[in-house]
Design a binder for this molecule. Structure first.
Ligand SMILES: [Fe+2]
Length: 283
């Protein structure tokens, strides 16, 4: 196994991806099917006549379904058994469930301008009763993984099992966000999308602080983001927070980072950033 990896910016907590997970998972395929049905019905309650609003809801629905596919593929490459794969898929299905309520209440996906969508998701899950038929321990694990999926860093005092699934959903989530943003950047002129670019100005250059965050393999602080180029560098810098080798393999196969780079103004500083990434992640 030994597929867990540290790329520099993340912690060194993970020693291996299976051996330290002490929990035995038992989830039937019926439970997964029920949850999928619930998710479809739940999303369907968010309907807008305004096409831009409806597009925002649909975007999160399709994102969720692709994260489910990504997590299954990563989980398979990491050698998870069938029940572990079901658990991973459920976590992926629920990780962004708070996005729908967030958009309905605040018309934005920016947590800083509304509230933490992971906590909203936990409240939605608990309020819906959809996990009532699960073992307490499994329910707790799902809820914690959802709660942690968007944190700047994972808590140090969690079980290896919880950390494993939290890392897995964070990687699957990033893979799909890279897909969404690269699709968008490559066809931007035809289809502007405020929900993706967060209304940031497309001005020249990028911020000093953002450059230094990435060069030091730190997750870019959202407070430093001033324009679209900063946001693109933040997305490039996520590679330092990747947890598993199969995720990096996928990043390389899909050429996500190169595609983002092609939309940035060429400069010596960008070359230096990619030098650090190549040495740290793809050597
Ligand atoms: Fe997500």
């Amino acid at each position: 196994m030994g597929e867990t990896l540290r790329t520099g910016g993340g912690s060194d907590k993970a020693k291996d991806n299976r051996g330290n997970r002490e929990m035995r998972i038992s989830i039937s395929s019926e439970r997964v099917e029920e949850l999928k049905e619930w998710f479809g019905d739940y999303v369907h309650t968010f309907q807008y006549s305004d096409p831009e609003r409806q597009q925002s809801i649909d975007m999160k629905k399709w994102h969720t379904l692709r994260v489910c596919a990504e997590i299954s593929s990563l989980g398979t490459r990491l050698g998870l058994n069938e029940e572990e794969l079901r658990l991973a898929e459920i976590i992926a299905m629920l990780h962004d469930v708070g996005r729908f309520e967030q958009y309905a209440r605040y018309r934005t996906f920016v947590d800083g301008r509304s509230e933490n969508h992971a906590e909203l998701g936990v409240a939605t899950i608990m309020g819906s009763g959809i996990l009532d038929l699960f073992d307490d321990a499994v329910r707790d694990l799902i809820v914690r993984s959802v709660r942690y999926h968007n944190r700047a860093s994972l808590p140090s005092d969690e079980s290896e099992t919880c950390l494993f699934y939290s890392r897995l959903v964070r990687d699957a989530d990033k893979l799909d966000i890279w897909k969404v943003v690269t699709d968008h950047y490559l066809r931007k002129d035809k289809d502007p999308n405020k929900a993706i670019e967060l209304d940031l100005p497309d001005t020249p250059g990028f911020s000093e602080e953002v450059y230094h965050d990435v060069m030091n393999k730190r997750i870019v602080n959202m407070a430093h983001i001033k324009n679209l180029n900063d946001f693109k560098l933040l997305q490039i810098g996520w590679v330092f927070d990747v947890n598993f080798q199969p995720t990096l393999d996928r990043v390389r196969e899909c050429r996500y980072l190169e595609m983002i780079r092609e939309t940035l103004p060429p400069s010596e500083r960008i070359n230096r950033i990619f030098g650090v990434i190549d040495r740290s992640c793809f050597r």
